[in-house]
Design a protein around this ligand. Sequence first.
Ligand code: F6R
Length: 610
Amino acid sequence: MCGIVGYIGNRQASPIIISGLRRLEYRGYDSAGVCVVDSEKLKINKKAGKVADLENGFDLMALKGTLGVGHTRWATHGVPNDVNAHPHTDMSGSIALIHNGIIENYLTIRKKLVNAGYTFRSETDSEVLAVFIGMLYDTIGDLETSVRTALSEVEGTFGIVVVSTYDPDLLIAARRGSPLILGVGTDEYIVASDAAAIIAHTRQVIYLQENEMAVVRRSGYVTKTIHNEETSGNIEEISFELDQIEKGGFPHFMLKEIYEQPITFRDGFRGRLRIDEGNVRLGGLSKVYEQLSTAKRIIITACGTSWHAALVGEYLIEQLARIPVEVEYASEFRYRNPIINPDDVVIAISQSGETADTLAAIREAKTRGATVLGMVNVVGSSIARETDAGVYIHAGPEIGVASTKAFTSQLCILTQFAVYLGRMRHLSADAGREIAQGLAEIPDHIQTILDQSESIRQIAQQYSGVSNFLYLGRGYNFPVALEGALKLKEISYIHAEGYPAAEMKHGPIALIDENMPVVFIAPKDEIYDKVRSNIEEVRARNGQVIAIASSRDSRISDAANHVIYIPETLPMLTPILASIPLQLLAYFVAVDRGCNVDMPRNLAKSVTVE
Ligand code: F6R
């Protein structure tokens, strides 16, 4: 979702801002803009479209100035056009603001400003904030105080950066509900919504906290609350390398990330698996050991792909630890007055750690007294910080909008978590050992599947022209069917649905004809024969069957039009392996249709608005 970059220092700001915005393109956006402060005036270029469009007919690098801001906008209030793009200015054109988030009471503030004679050019809530700060400046005469006063009246969420011709040695950044990071260089500072825009310049960063602001000059900075109380502003180190956010020879980030999975999966259990003991060590959970050992119920909350991982987690935890688990869409959770008891454990799963709905759900759970845990990828993210304890999934930066490696890493952590809980209860060391051994073998199995990518590409090409797909699976692999369908629809724009295979006869079977490809996840497990019957039902209606099957299944090719084999593993680990060919299938279908795989239309990598 929207991206923020701000720079103050002694170098020219615009090349740093533009390269930062390019690093944030993966987050999804529909317009972009840059503003550089010349001592006399603000120089702004903003446009609907991509960062590259800003450069059409305009020499961005010719913008001269060592203080500036840049923004990529994902439209919420007002269509994506040049006027609604950020930066926005106050009415005098002296103060520029970029904003992520939503100002919920913007209509009230706007009305007040209109009554006072102020006018607006855009339809955005963000311009209202810029004009409001300008109005306050007209009476207060101090930018920092004006920003703080405006923010104290704002309801909603914001990550903002403000610069002005009034003081060309001042950059102000503030956050509530939208991430902001201050990169601390030598005599220069870069503010961004994502460390990816900072790492090329410095690894030293301060993650601004809720309701915190940074007041930055070339000579130094202070961090404080938006109520003007100084804060400690701890400097931390960015935890990834620059090459991890580059394509490394792959045509798309998504393909690179699919191929990284043997490594990222291993990173998820490295130092944690204790095969000999049949157990797992999750250091991040040691401080909630007591709560976990007495937990009566677990609620897992998440969105999208992370929610699918949570569904697999439900099966795993109930099976191995015999604790009842509920999986909740984070977006629904807080609005239905959830019943939460003090001995419930609530777990938030999130790749970005910034998803607004998930963040709101954990805040709700905390208010109601639950122990709240996080399973998060992005180090230092809001969910990681606001949970009582947690486990990082260690998938590394995920740039492709469609989540791939984060999903398998989430499954890696959830499996270990289920073993960890199970071993606190009745799960035997032998059973734990078998699962730990199975997990340790997964990276090689993933590689075996990746080695079949050419044959998966050929299958994908045969079906890239269809309009609908059905994905069916049972048990542990029902969530994988949902995930396979989501992957396909989000990057190829083909309509796809996931269903529990046995539910097919209660409705979706009506859709089946010779034009309907049906992907069955059908590994050899205790319900294989049932799934096999569902395959026959599809074949009897001339549906096209693509089966994801176990390598020892010699009979499956009689029933399926295409078979993609996955190596043998424990049934509970098959979701990890089955998801790999589905990622590749979606990827190759989308590429064949000429879709922008890494930045699908309308989608954002990190959904920081409700
Ligand atoms: C799908 C996808 C989204 C995210 C969802 C939650 O490929 O990426 O469905 O899974 O927006 O995001 P996180 O995990 O960052 O909370």
